[in-house]
Design a protein around this ligand. Structure first.
Ligand code: TRP
Length: 343
């Protein structure tokens, strides 16, 4: 195989329950016409909307449009997360490279546009393989090709799938130098129990001698936090509402997007930003022929972004049998990067 081509036909991982974003709902009322991916999407949507506090599963934000909107969010003035983490990564990349050592395999769940990984790959001593994983197929392969062009000597193996599902490494043995790179404080989008389970999974993935480099957003002034998720340009609102647009398109829904308003609030008790869509009037919505009633100001809870202190994150890692080898934070204590290994 051409060394510079993506090794997309290689099978080193399997993921269970992968979801493809490009299957459209094609008929009006016939439930049997839903593709199996959309059937799972529908089941999860109906389950969430039937709860007393209506909710929607956040992984469905990321179709091609949602992934693009998210990249736009990362560049907003209000959204300090991305630039703070990137600057911190720049500062510590040499140290990271030394700790990781040579001939590593880097696995990145939820890789997205793959900007941060380039900082790391540039610093590393002859990395061997880069495995980006993402739910958005088009986005994944597009970014993987860009990285392959920039790093022709590294093998790249993109995996399309839902990275929250268990992933089994079918590749080489445990002595490999495996590193999971999980930036962006995506760990904050899991509730505490799922975050622990997910970290346990990552621990299995890296084996005895591997490591996990994980970016974690820190608890800070409530105004800074809330502004980051309520930007003036309305990108976060568009991102949040894209979920409703997808339900309309793929699951034969009839949400009127203009009748829902985006709001993000910091829940002090749970130490998390919560994103909601607030019904602007009493209304009902049909999805695949099932009807849902909304009272005025009733909300759909669409996502959580948990914030940690250094100590509360260390406690979470410890629950997953992981310990910290080193922690870095920026000067303003906005963001942290942890280097975790098996304890
Ligand atoms: N994990 C990041 C965070 O919680 C990115 C993110 C996920 C995000 N969903 C989002 C950012 C919605 C803004 C809006 O900040």
């Amino acid at each position: 195989m051409d060394e510079q081509a993506l090794h997309s036909n290689q099978q080193a991982f399997i993921t269970d329950g992968s979801i493809s974003n490009n299957t459209k709902f094609e008929s009006n009322n016939d439930k049997s016409q839903l593709s199996s991916e959309n059937q799972i999407f529908l089941d999860e949507v109906l389950e969430g909307l039937n709860k007393p506090q209506k909710s929607l599963p956040c992984k469905y934000f990321y179709d091609e449009k949602g992934s693009q909107l998210f990249e736009d969010i990362c560049e907003l003035d209000e959204y300090y997360v991305t630039r703070t983490e990137l600057a911190l990564l720049e500062d510590i990349k040499k140290e990271l490279a030394e700790m990781i050592g040579s001939r590593s395999t880097i696995i990145e769940p939820g890789a997205g546009a793959g900007i941060k990984i380039q900082t790391l790959l540039n610093a590393l001593d002859s990395p061997e393989l880069y495995v980006p994983m993402d739910i958005s197929e088009d986005f994944l392969f597009y970014s993987a090709q860009i990285i392959q062009d920039k790093f022709p000597h590294i093998d790249i193996l993109p995996i399309q799938g839902d990275f929250t599902q268990p992933v089994k490494w079918l590749g080489k043995n445990d002595s490999e130098n495996k590193v999971v790179f999980f930036p962006g404080s995506t760990i904050g989008n899991f509730d505490k129990k799922s975050a622990t389970d997910f970290l346990i999974n990552l621990g299995d993935m890296i084996g005895e001698n591997g490591s996990i480099i994980i970016g974690v957003d820190l608890i800070k002034d409530t105004n800074i936090l809330e502004n980051a998720y309520n930007d003036d340009s309305g990108k976060t609102e568009a991102f949040n509402k894209n979920l409703l647009a997808r339900i309309n398109q793929q699951l034969d829904g009839n949400f009127d997007l203009s009748q829902f308003k985006h709001e993000a609030i910091f829940n002090h008790q749970e130490e998390r930003i919560e994103m909601h869509l607030i019904s602007q009037q009493e209304q009902s919505v049909e999805i695949n022929s099932e009807k849902f009633d909304f009272s005025k100001h009733e909300t759909i809870h669409t996502e959580n972004s948990h914030k940690y202190s250094v100590d509360s994150f260390l406690a979470l890692a410890a629950d997953a049998n992981l310990k910290s080898k080193k922690i870095w934070t920026d000067e303003q204590q906005l963001f942290s990067i942890h280097y975790l290994v098996q304890s």
